[in-house]
Structures are given as C-alpha cells and as structure tokens.
Design a binder for this molecule. Structure first.
Ligand SMILES: O=C(O)C1=C[C@@H](OP(=O)(O)O)[C@@H](O)[C@H](O)C1
Ligand SMILES: C=C(OP(=O)(O)O)C(=O)O
Length: 440
C-alpha cells in the first residue's frame, strides 16, 4: 500500500481509552541477536515488528540463524551457536541499535560482512563502536569516510579489553560485551553513568555469567570470554519510549484519560515518567508486576496542568529518546522547561535538538537552542505548520501529538518512518479518538 506523503493532526477531540504498548525495541533487537548467537531454539513473544527490528531479523538470517514468525509478535529463532559470512550486504535500515549491536556480535567470529543502512544511518557515527572492536582485534574498512557506513568487517581472534565509557551509551557497551563473549580473556566496561541494562540481563537469561558491580553513579561490568549461549524463551514487555506518545496526548488534550497497559518500568528507562510527575502530571501506575524479567505496569495519564522544570542532567540516559515528546508536552506547560546535558540527541536518527527547535518554532512555540540542550517556554500552542522530520520517527510522532492540542493543525512529512519503532501508531491514536488524517 502506498504510504501517504504527509499526516495531519488536529485538536478538538477528547482522547479516551486503554491501549497496549508495542514491544520494546531495545529488547526485541537483543532477542534476535542473542537467539542467533546461541545454540538451539529461542522463542520470543511480544517482539516489536517494527522496521528496525525486522531488519535485525533479516540480518541474523543472513548470518545463518533461522527465524520463523509463529504469530503476531511470536517468533522462533534457531541459532547455530555462531555467525557465518553472509551473502550480500547487511542492510540495517534506520537502526542504530541494530547495526552497532550486530557489528559487536559479528566481530567475534572469523567472518567478513558489509554493513549498510539508510540515508540517516549513513550519517551516524560508527567509530564509537568500531574503534573499540578494532582494539579487540577486528578490522573495519570503509568504502567512504572513515567511521561512516558502509563498513566492511573482518572479525575473529579477539582479545578482551577494558573500556571506560566516555558517553553513557548502551549501544557501545552492548557491542563491546557481545564481542567480548567470543574474545580471549575478561572484557570490562566501566560506565560513568548507568545506561539501559537489557544486554546484561538477557545474556544471563541465555546462560552467560555477567558480573556487575555498582560503583555508585555507574556500573562496572565484567564478562569472561568463551561462554556459550543457550536458546531460551524471551518475553518482551511494552516499550516505555512508545507508550510515551499516547500518554503525552492524554496529558495535553483537555478532558482526556489514556491508559497504556504492559509498559516496561526498568528504572533506566523511566526518566520521562519521573519528569512528567515533577511537572505536575496526573500519571498513575497500577498493576505492577514482573514480565520477561522486567517490572511492568499499566500507566494512566489524565489531562493535567503542567509546569516547566529543570530536568536533571543525570536523568538524560534514562530518557534520551524521550526528549522530543517531553518537549512537545513542555510546550503546553506553564513556564520554562530546561533540558540540558543531551548533546547525544544530535547524533540520533536526526539532529533531534535542531529538529525539535525548528518544529516547535514553526508551530509558534518559544524555544532557545544551546549546544547540548534546549529550553521550551510553554503556554498555548498556535500550530498551523508543516514540520520537516528528516527521516526521524520520534520527531514525526512528537509533532503529531503536539497537533492534537494545538490551536491549528500540525502536519508532518515522511510519516512512513513511524513504522521504524511504532507500526500501528496512527491507528492506535485514532482508536483513542484522535483526529489524524492523511495529507496536508
Ligand atoms: O541500546 C539501545 O537499545 C539503545 C540505546 C540508546 O542509544 P545510545 O546507546 O546511543 O545512547 C537509545 O537512544 C536507542 O534508541 C536504543
Ligand atoms: C535513537 C533511536 O534508535 P536507534 O539508535 O536504534 O536508531 C530511537 O529509537 O530513538
């Protein structure tokens, strides 16, 4: 079916209802990759069938695993206990997580592979992963600029390294740990600030021993090389980064009440919810339980009078993908919301600081840009703009949610990119009552 070139969101309708969060993207990538590295069968439920994760599924097939779709979100991966040299190029599409974790996993095997991605992924820095994989003994050749895709990997014969992170990046940490699994010696990753720990948790579920020492602010993670993985059952809970969009709409659209069920509540992912509560949001979490080794709960957002706050910089890693939607809600808050210490936003699918500043300004919101952050002064939002999303799903969804409470309609381009992380987003929002239409 042809994708619409634009989507437009309008205010005037109250949002009501209960929806289920789509599967967590970070865990879905890892379930495919660890399932392929393991011996035997991994059965996954709740997998996010978004474009990024499906690209990782095709990649692990190319590396020799068998993947079978058993039903919606239910997949079986038959791992060979290692990767083979693939035929053809490993196209990771739009997925930073996919390409960086796959490079780490593949580096441990004596194979060669060419990695590539879409126009957005080709602009993102790969050296933050490949420099360390090279220190371990892998080789990367670049057909264009060094550190930018496409990249040709020659893997195998790795030796463990001690790595001290300079940015709090779960992708860098995970790539090194996955390579370390097939390196000689003990790989150590030291984090100055904690980043999401799904790789560590899932490695344990696949039978590896991972030692984690809490150093206060961060973690020191040690992994002995040469440990085999065994296929296992993986249950993927709902993605808090996706749940954020319908919940945000519930907070800013007058008269609304929206519940998202089954949201993962790993404390390294819930910075946005803490921030909203500090801003005065009526956000409640019910039915806390365990699923797939993670805390999950059902979150209800009711229309709230929000006020601007200074978001603690130490929270950045726990909500780095959520600043675009936080900024959209901050546009309706009384006063200034200060978001700093988030320079990493500039190297995501787009320069997310620049894109949010441009989009909000086009919608009549007062925004100040800084090198590593931005400030939003809230109030009423005029809207009435078409926003350029630069191939970035979160920029698109954030502005559509903004449009649901703005005075005039808000349009976004390239809405097909939303399927990167949230296929079914538009249908879900319409089901809650939102006015989202194709076209300008
Ligand atoms: O490890 C992961 O699954 C992710 C880590 C984060 O990136 P960084 O590691 O670059 O911070 C995040 O932005 C991305 O969406 C998913
Ligand atoms: C940054 C993101 O993903 P990735 O790095 O995997 O492209 C995201 O989903 O917001």
């Amino acid at each position: 079916m042809a994708q619409p070139t634009h989507l437009t969101a309008r205010s005037g309708r109250v949002l009501q209802g209960t929806v289920h969060a789509p599967g967590d993207k970070s865990m879905s990538h890892r379930a495919f990759i660890l399932g392929a590295m393991a011996h035997g069968i991994t059965e996954i439920e709740g997998l996010l069938e978004g474009d990024d994760v499906l690209a990782t599924g095709r990649a692990v097939e190319a590396f020799g695993a068998l993947t079978e779709r058993l039903g919606p979100g239910r997949w079986r991966v038959t791992g060979q206990g290692g990767f083979q040299s693939p035929e053809g190029i490993i196209d990771c599409g739009n997925a930073g997580t996919g390409v960086r974790l796959l490079m780490g996993a593949a580096a441990g095997y004596g194979i060669s592979a060419t990695f590539d991605g879409d126009a957005s992924l080709r602009k993102r820095p790969m050296g933050r992963v490949t420099d360390h994989l090279e220190r371990m003994g892998a080789r990367f050749d670049w057909s264009g600029d060094r550190g930018l895709l496409p990249a040709i990997l020659t893997g195998g014969d790795l030796a463990a390294i001690d790595h001290v992170q300079t940015v709090a990046s779960a992708q860098v940490k995970s790539a090194i740990l996955l390579a370390g699994l097939n390196a000689t010696g003990t790989t150590t990753v030291e984090e100055p600030e904690k980043s999401r720990d799904h790789t560590e948790r899932m490695l344990r579920a696949f039978g590896a021993e991972v030692q984690v020492v809490d150093s206060g602010e961060g973690w020191i993670i040690r992994l002995v090389g040469g440990q085999p993985l065994t296929g296992t059952a993986v249950s993927v809970p709902g993605d808090p980064s996706s749940a954020a969009f319908p919940l945000a709409a519930g907070l800013i659209v007058p008269g609304s009440e929206v519940t998202v069920e089954g949201v993962m509540l790993n404390p390294l992912r819930t910075g946005l919810f803490d921030t909203w509560i500090e801003m005065g949001a009526d956000l409640t979490i019910a039915n806390r339980r365990q699923s797939g080794g993670e805390d999950v709960g059902d979150i209800t957002a009711r229309h709230s009078k929000l006020r601007g706050i200074v978001v603690p910089e130490t929270r950045a890693a726990s909500m780095i993908d959520e600043y675009p939607i936080l900024a959209a809600t901050a546009a309706f808050a009384e006063g200034v919301t200060v978001m700093r210490g988030i320079g990493e936003m500039r190297v995501k699918e787009s320069d997310r600081i620049a894109l949010m500043v441009a989009g909000l300004r086009a919608c009549g919101v007062a925004v100040e840009e800084e090198p590593d952050g931005f400030l939003v002064t809230g109030g009423t939002v005029p809207g009435g703009a078409t926003v350029r999303t630069a191939h970035d799903h979160r920029i698109a969804m954030s502005h559509l949610v903004l449009g649901l409470a703005a005075e005039r309609a808000v349009t976004v381009d390239e809405p097909g990119m939303i399927a990167t992380s949230f296929p079914g987003f538009v249908e879900m929002m319409r089901g809650l009552g939102a006015h989202v239409a194709e076209g300008v």
